[in-house]
Design a protein around this ligand. Structure first.
Ligand code: NDP
Ligand code: 8X3
Length: 264
């Protein structure tokens, strides 16, 4: 908690699931002196998350910002649009991401391919590029944390997930290259890869069909978004010389992308 004191955290996709839980967990861990910028497309939901945080962590300053990471013009104006006191970003949690459908080639909708790549890949890269100049302006070549939320899907492609898996493999590749490129700096580049987590992820995958989404989690015990948030906050809170470069997190009944013990 002491190590996070006074830090400014930016979280993408903070209106739901893992991103929202990260915001709450940062505030819980360091309730005295922290600034959190919550970003996502649903500004009203972000305002509710901000209110929730302000309700229990009086010393945390929260700023909800409407931001669609898939729109390069919104990302490029993001840092300049921040009030001065929130501009000294220390931690970027690149969490915004989504999957659309289970279709297999050649039947994958072009719009879905575009949404997944522009959000999960180009959005994450653009956010990183927007924040890095802040980090690089600091002593010793620069400092600050980039925490990218990848997925087991980026390590193991599965049928019906070709595009999503490809986007997460791209995140992994970008993250690894970036860590190498920034080797002479104090900037920490970290990737956290969840296995199955119960969030709005499957509702989004099935275009709002809650019944289909519910079936994904039937008979299994998925992780909760809080489980991943704890790992994210732990990573950010390590001593500055410690880099949790690459972390895979499964629920107990999962051993690979599609290897799941399911009680019937
Ligand atoms: P949720 O659907 O619950 O949350 C996704 C978040 O991303 C929402 O806050 C959503 O906000 C935001 N988002 C989506 N598109 C955009 C966009 N264009 N611009 C800005 N924000 C956007 O799912 P999760 O919490 O599960 O997903 C978070 C991350 O975790 C994703 O990267 C996902 O791939 C990854 N992940 C999830 C796993 C799971 O099993 N759930 C497993 C492994 C990884 P809004 O709609 O308001 O914009
Ligand atoms: C989400 C995990 O394997 O259900 O990233 O696509 S998976």
């Amino acid at each position: 908690a002491q190590r996070l004191k006074g830090k400014t955290i930016v979280i993408t996709g903070a209106s739901s699931g893992i991103g929202k839980s990260c915001a709450l967990e940062f505030a819980r861990t360091s309730p005295e002196d922290l600034k959190i910028v919550l970003t996502a497309r649903r500004i009203d939901t972000l305002k509710e998350v901000a209110k929730e945080i302000e309700g229990f962590a009086k010393g945390v300053k929260v700023l909800p910002v409407k931001l669609d990471v898939s729109r390069p013009e919104e990302v490029s104006g993001f840092v300049e649009g921040l009030p001065e006191e929130f501009r000294g970003v220390d931690v970027l949690v690149n969490n915004a991401g989504l999957v659309k459908g289970m279709a297999q080639a050649p039947d994958i909708l072009p719009a879905d391919i575009d949404t997944m790549f522009s959000t999960n890949v180009t959005g994450l890269i653009n956010m990183t590029q927007a924040i890095l100049p802040i980090y690089k302006s600091r002593p010793d070549g620069g400092s600050g944390d980039i925490i990218n939320i990848g997925s087991i899907a980026g390590r193991e492609p599965y049928q019906g997930g070709s595009i999503y898996c490809a986007t997460k493999a791209a995140v992994r590749s970008f993250t690894d290259a970036l860590r190498r490129e920034l080797i002479s700096t104090r900037i920490r580049v970290m990737e956290i890869d969840p296995g199955q987590v119960e969030t709005e992820f499957s509702v989004v995958r099935f275009y709002g069909d809650k019944e289909k989404a519910r079936k994904v989690y039937e008979g299994v015990q998925p992780l909760t978004p809080e489980d991943i948030a704890e790992v994210v906050v732990f990573a950010a809170g390590r001593r500055e010389n410690v880099v949790l470069a690459d972390t895979l997190v499964f629920p107990n009944h999962q051993a690979a992308a599609t290897v799941m013990y399911r009680k019937s």
